[in-house]
Each structure stands twice: as structure tokens, then as C-alpha cells.
Design a protein around this ligand. Structure first.
Ligand SMILES: *[C@@H]1O[C@H](CO)[C@@H](O)[C@H](O)[C@H]1NC(C)=O
Length: 447
């Protein structure tokens, strides 16, 4: 009987009403709802007061449980006591479910890790570049039109992006703040406690990427900034507590697109290296920086591989038939191979080093080749931009933008839409490890 009721409840509260994906906001609201509900349910005074108030407002509506009503004898077989209220049995199971520490429904409220540190380029930037002199800045309309504040935030997206969804998935209610927004604040250690975002649009593994775009924080500098965070945490918590905290935290590094673009667009690296040498150097340079992070206490690493970068609208538009740029895709695959080999090496070299490699390529390729089940109708054109495929320029205030943004895989010529980012992150957190090697993100967290 209990099982049946429990199933009914789960369906009722989490699936039919709130949808399968219990987001932070929904869970918090749900939580408040439950508390209010239980209050009214258990306190006679409150119940009477509420009833009286409502009676004044809506006479006749509260003819719920009247002395003339019939009532059942098998009350614990019923989900509802009256037409608005659950039975005691329901309330019991409901509270048990919520308070069960390992319950999947309370995950978004209790963070699974102490902190998340994010490193990367414009796919992760949450506002660092707004503090720099750069052309790679998402501080203009129409960026952020679907963000909770409806304002541009420095994210190259209509709303949230992958960095935000990762933070939500591990249970934080806010995305870790951009490092450069914190440098002049007092009491920094407390601001660093749950993680920091170092990502910077146009940044690469190499110091010099896309010089045309101005200032950025390349990987080596992002790691230097992290070192200052490390020092602050050690000062605040003491060395061993800080080490422990960091060893349980997630370090997510998303790099490579910018470096490959830089090779294609600037003559210098082409003179110095073949593309294969360049890709090898990307991987070995990243390896050096991962070791530095390890020396500053990092143990759990998440590394998304490159997606099919040749299928971004900005690359398709160079083909007269809107096809993906196969050469770009080829080198993304090559880099992903190098990255995976390098991670295997690191794991054998560094004691306690753990990682999850995310097969972004397959996941995004699946979406692009078979968009309908995901709710997408537009895989080639960008939502916001100018010219053919909306891909002749980035999203500018003079650009037109689409209204059905959830149907577009891409927000602008280079960046996925919020809908894509959400699906992307969900895939790695929800599914078994089919697209994550050698262990899933959840297994990494559990170590
Ligand atoms: C990259 O820049 C850092 C300073 O942020 C410097 O220490 C490092 O040597 C540079 N790397 C290369 C390969 O130039």
C-alpha cells in the first residue's frame, strides 16, 4: 500500500504538476508550499484562521468537510482527505520522502560538493570580460533576454548557459560569480567558499588566441587567479581544512575552440606548427596547467571535449550549401583524442587525481542530426544575428532575433541557446555514464 501511495505522490507532485526536472526554483517553491501546507494541516488555530479568512473572501467555497459528509473507513488507502487536502498517510510519506537525506528530490537544495571552480572561454564566461577591454563581451542587448533579470550579464546566450546549469545540478542556487567581480571586495574568503568562475570569452589554452578581440584571461592566468583563491581559503580555514574542501570540489575546464579557431585565422601558429603538432601542444599545455591546479589542492576534474565546432552557424555560413565544416570537425575529434590520452596519463602520474571526460561531440552531434525529440526545429541558423543563417555577425543591438528561442540549437553564430545548454548538462548529470568516461559526473562527485 505504501509503495502505491508513494508512487502516486511522486507522480502527482513531481511529474505531473512540476515536470520531471525539479529545478532549484521549483524545489524551493515546492518546499515553501509543503511547509505552509503542513502548518495549516497540523495547527488547529492556523487552520481555523485560514478558514475564516477564506470564508470572508469566498463564501461557499469551503464547503469541504462538512458534518453531513460521508467519509471512508480505509483512510490510509486514500491520497486525499477532502477535495483540497491530503490525508495524514499522504503527509507522512511526503515528509519522509523530502527528509530522506539521499532523496533525489532534495538534491538541488543540498549541494553535492563544497564548491565548483569553472575555467574556460565564452561558453562559460559569466561576466569576467565585462571588466576587460575586449570586443568579446556579451554586455549588449539582446543577450540575456531569457535570463531571470532579463538583462545582459556577460553570457553569450539568451539566458543561462552551461556554467549555470552545472552549478544548479550540483545544488547551488546561484552560479559561482566571475572572479573579476570579487577582487576589490572585502572578506573575499567567504565569497570564494562555494566556488568562482574564471572563464573569459575568447580565452584559450595558449596565451595568444584571437588577438583581434582584445584582452582576455588565458588559461595560465585563470590558474594564477585560482592560486590567489587558494591562498585566501588557506588563510581562512587553515591548510588541512582548505585542502579537504578543495579535494571534494569540482574543477571544470572547458577549452580548445578558441585555440583551434586561432590556428585557422592567424598566420603565426601555421608557420610554426603543423595542425597535428598544434593539437598536441594544446593538450600538453593543458596538462601542465592541470598539474598546477592539482598542486593547489584540486582533485576532481570535469573536462568536456570539443563539440562539432564545424557545425556552428558561423562555420556553416562559409559553405554555399550550409554544410558543416568537416575539416574543423576533424580537428575537434583529433583534439578530443589527445585530451583523453593526456587525462589517462595524468591519472597514472598523480595520486588521487580523478576525472570525467564528457563526450560533448556525440551529444551535440545527436542533437544536430536528430533535433525533433529535443524540441528543436532550427539547427543551422542562429537565433540572433545578421545576414544568411543569422551568422554573418554576432548578436548586436541592431540584429534581429527569433521569438521561438527554445527551437534553436544556436543562440548566435558561435554559441548554443539556453535550451541546448540545459539539455547538454542534463545529459551528463541524468544519464548513466554512456557519454562520460571513465566514470560519470555523479560517480566523480561520490568519490
Ligand atoms: C603565458 O603567460 C604567463 C603569464 O600570465 C607566463 O607566465 C607564461 O610564461 C606564458 N606562457 C607562454 C608559453 O608564453
Amino acid at each position: 500500500m505504501t509503495t502505491t501511495l508513494q508512487e502516486q505522490l511522486k507522480n502527482l507532485f513531481f511529474h505531473s504538476i512540476f515536470g520531471r526536472d525539479c529545478t532549484v526554483t521549483v524545489c524551493v517553491n515546492l518546499w515553501l508550499l509543503v511547509l505552509g501546507y503542513l502548518d495549516a494541516f497540523h495547527h488547529k488555530e492556523l487552520r481555523t484562521r485560514q478558514k475564516n479568512t477564506m470564508k470572508k473572501q469566498i463564501p461557499g467555497l469551503l464547503n469541504t468537510t462538512m458534518p453531513i459528509s460521508t467519509y471512508c473507513s480505509n483512510r490510509s488507502d486514500h491520497v486525499f482527505w477532502d477535495l483540497y487536502h491530503p490525508t495524514q498517510a499522504t503527509a507522512h510519506i511526503f515528509v519522509d520522502t523530502i527528509f530522506d537525506g539521499s532523496s533525489q528530490y532534495t538534491l538541488p537544495i543540498n549541494p553535492l560538493v563544497p564548491a565548483v571552480f569553472l575555467f574556460g572561454d565564452s561558453l562559460f564566461d559569466v561576466g569576467n570580460n565585462n571588466f576587460l577591454i575586449s570586443l568579446a563581451k556579451a554586455d549588449l542587448p539582446h543577450h540575456g533576454i531569457d535570463f531571470p533579470t532579463k538583462k545582459p550579464t556577460g553570457r553569450f546566450s539568451n539566458g543561462k548557459h552551461c556554467a549555470d546549469f552545472i552549478a544548479e545540478k550540483v545544488g547551488f542556487q546561484t552560479s559561482p560569480p566571475p572572479y573579476l567581480s570579487l577582487v576589490f571586495k572585502k572578506n573575499k574568503a567567504s565569497l570564494f567558499m562555494n566556488g568562482v568562475n574564471f572563464a573569459s570569452s575568447a580565452a584559450g589554452i595558449f596565451n595568444e588566441t584571437l588577438p583581434q578581440l582584445g584582452d582576455k584571461i588565458p588559461l595560465s592566468k585563470q590558474v594564477e587567479y585560482y592560486a590567489t583563491v587558494y591562498e585566501e581559503l588557506v588563510k581562512e580555514l587553515g591548510s588541512s581544512a582548505a585542502q579537504h574542501r578543495l579535494s571534494k570540489s569540482l574543477f571544470v575546464l572547458e577549452f580548445g575552440t578558441t585555440d583551434l579557431a586561432s590556428y585557422a585565422l592567424t598566420p603565426e601558429p601555421q608557420i610554426k606548427y603543423t595542425r597535428q603538432q598544434y593539437v598536441n601542444l594544446m593538450s600538453s599545455t593543458l596538462k601542465g596547467q592541470l598539474k598546477r591546479l592539482y598542486n593547489y589542492g584540486a582533485r576532481k576534474f570535469v573536462l568536456p571535449g570539443l563539440g562539432p565546432v564545424g557545425c556552428m552557424p558561423g562555420q556553416r555560413v562559409t559553405s554555399p550549401t550550409d554544410d558543416c565544416n568537416e575539416e574543423s570537425n576533424h580537428w575537434a575529434v583529433k583534439y578530443n583524442e589527445e585530451l583523453q590520452l593526456m587525462l589517462q596519463e595524468l591519472k597514472s602520474e598523480l595520486h588521487g587525481f580523478s576525472y570525467t571526460y564528457l563526450d560533448s561531440y556525440t551529444v551535440l552531434q545527436n542533437i544536430i542530426q536528430n533535433p525533433t525529440p529535443y524540441g528543436f526545429t532550427k539547427v543551422k541558423a542562429a537565433c540572433c544575428g545578421l545576414g544568411r543563417l543569422n551568422a554573418m555577425n554576432l548578436c548586436l543591438p541592431i540584429s534581429s532575433y527569433c521569438s521561438n528561442r527554445n527551437e534553436y540549437v544556436f543562440w548566435d553564430m558561435f554559441h548554443p541557446s539556453e535550451a541546448t545548454a540545459r539539455i547538454f548538462v542534463n545529459t551528463f548529470f541524468n544519464s548513466p555514464s554512456q557519454y562520460a568516461f571513465p566514470i560519470s559526473v555523479r560517480q566523480l562527485i561520490a568519490i
